[in-house]
Design a protein around this ligand. Structure first.
Ligand SMILES: Nc1ncnc2c1ncn2[C@@H]1O[C@H](COP(=O)(O)OP(=O)(O)OP(=O)(O)O)[C@@H](O)[C@H]1O
Length: 368
């Protein structure tokens, strides 16, 4: 089986009439990468995937697969294969014939294509049900058949459009593990569209966070979670507080800024986005909700007093939402034992603190 190829999008744009669905997106996915395109509904991730597959024309820009520009090639000539959300299996064909279908279209003889189809079904552990029809399979089993059918052409990259969305939560986690295993075994790139942060974090080598037809950040899951590039990424990934204000003092190592409520905060200039911050400039920072501690701070500018608005029990953690002047939303994740050692109630005024190392300066959103 082929070992895959790099995929490169160069300033790829898609317009539907005057509507801009994908806006000059550039991205490189090295061969053998598990890549998730992640973002809210309408951000352009499916359109991007369909342009890579050749199911959607490109308005401007180019797509390369390995050394070739594939922008104008039909889907079957690109070296990619796509697995659709609905699985799109033929109800009147048995599983072997469903999987063998694209080889039949290519004129491969019956014995050869059935042998290859069985090999693919073995790969996804479905060879024992080869004689069944799609309606006689569970959702998870149909999904594996759809995978086998996509892989039979020996693609250099597999494109998956929300492949787990039809499965129940338990099956989702199981199939997700199988997808990752299969990708490692095949050594080709998988490009997987999802709106689930959890799915993208669990699977990806490369997470591409999209918003409004653009890429906000493309990086490893840890990088995206620990160093979200923009306020959009921080909010979309969740478990972050974003504080926005204006710079009042710009020292060489620390920036001080004020929020509309009048409170002042400090941020170390460790971020790549910090050099441009001068007095008067807008600034946004992110602080992880699990890094905020209950109690008064030692470090000036690294804490606030919030009024408890809501308390949610999440098992290992308790999520406390608070209100503070000039700050949109503020949440703290308190470990279960710590919370119940000194429980809080709605209406309590609570001092909170964090360390300067927990403050991350954000880039202005490209779509802001
Ligand atoms: N065939 C089409 N004609 C016109 N506009 C379209 C078409 N397909 C998509 N769009 C628009 O392009 C934008 C991007 O759509 P796309 O389906 O790529 O988003 P998405 O991130 O995959 O969303 P979802 O998660 O809801 O599938 C949306 O505003 C959508 O309405």
């Amino acid at each position: 089986m082929s070992k895959g190829a790099d995929i490169e999008l160069i300033q790829v744009t898609k317009r539907y009439g005057t509507a801009l669905a994908v806006d000059a997106v550039s991205l490189k996915v090295p061969a053998g990468t598990y890549c998730c395109l992640l973002g809210p509904s309408g951000c352009g991730k499916t359109t991007t995937l369909r342009m890579i597959a050749g199911h959607e024309s490109i308005t401007e820009g180019d797509i390369r697969l390995g050394a070739s520009v594939v922008s104008d090639l039909p889907p079957a000539k690109r070296g990619t294969a796509m697995m659709f959300q609905s699985y799109a299996l033929f109800p009147h064909l048995d599983i072997v014939d469903n999987v063998a279908f694209s080889l039949k279209m290519k004129g491969v003889d019956k014995a050869t294509r059935r042998a290859k189809a069985l090999e693919m079904l073995k790969l996804v552990q479905m060879d024992h049900l080869a004689e069944r029809r799609p309606a006689q399979l569970s959702g998870g089993q149909q999904q594996r058949v759809a995978l086998a059918r996509a892989l039979i052409t020996d693609p250099q990259a597999l494109l998956l459009d929300e492949p787990l969305s039809a499965l129940d939560p338990f099956l989702k986690v199981k199939v997700r593990q199988e997808l990752k295993k299969l990708q490692l075994q095949l050594g080709i790139s998988f490009i997987h569209v999802t709106h689930s942060q959890e799915e993208a974090m669990a699977l990806s080598d490369l997470v591409v966070v999209m918003n409004g037809g653009r890429i906000e950040q493309a990086a490893t899951p840890r990088e995206v979670f620990n160093r979200p590039a923009t306020a959009f990424v921080a909010r979309f990934m969740g478990d972050h507080n974003v504080i926005a204000g204006r710079v009042t003092e710009a020292g060489s190592e620390t920036v001080t800024f004020e929020v509309p409520g009048g409170a002042s905060f400090k941020a170390p200039r460790t971020s790549q986005f910090a050099p441009g911050l001068e007095p008067g400039a807008p600034v946004e920072i992110a602080v992880r909700t699990d890094r905020v501690k209950l109690g008064a701070g030692l470090e000036p500018g690294c804490g606030l007093t919030g009024l408890v608005q809501n308390i949610e029990y999440h098992g290992q953690k308790v999520q406390v939402a608070l209100a503070a002047p000039g700050i949109d939303e503020f949440s703290v994740q308190v470990p279960e034992t710590a919370f119940f050692a000194a429980p809080l109630s709605v209406g309590d005024a609570v001092p909170l603190t964090w360390t300067p190392q927990d403050v991350h300066i954000l880039e202005a959103s490209p779509s802001a």
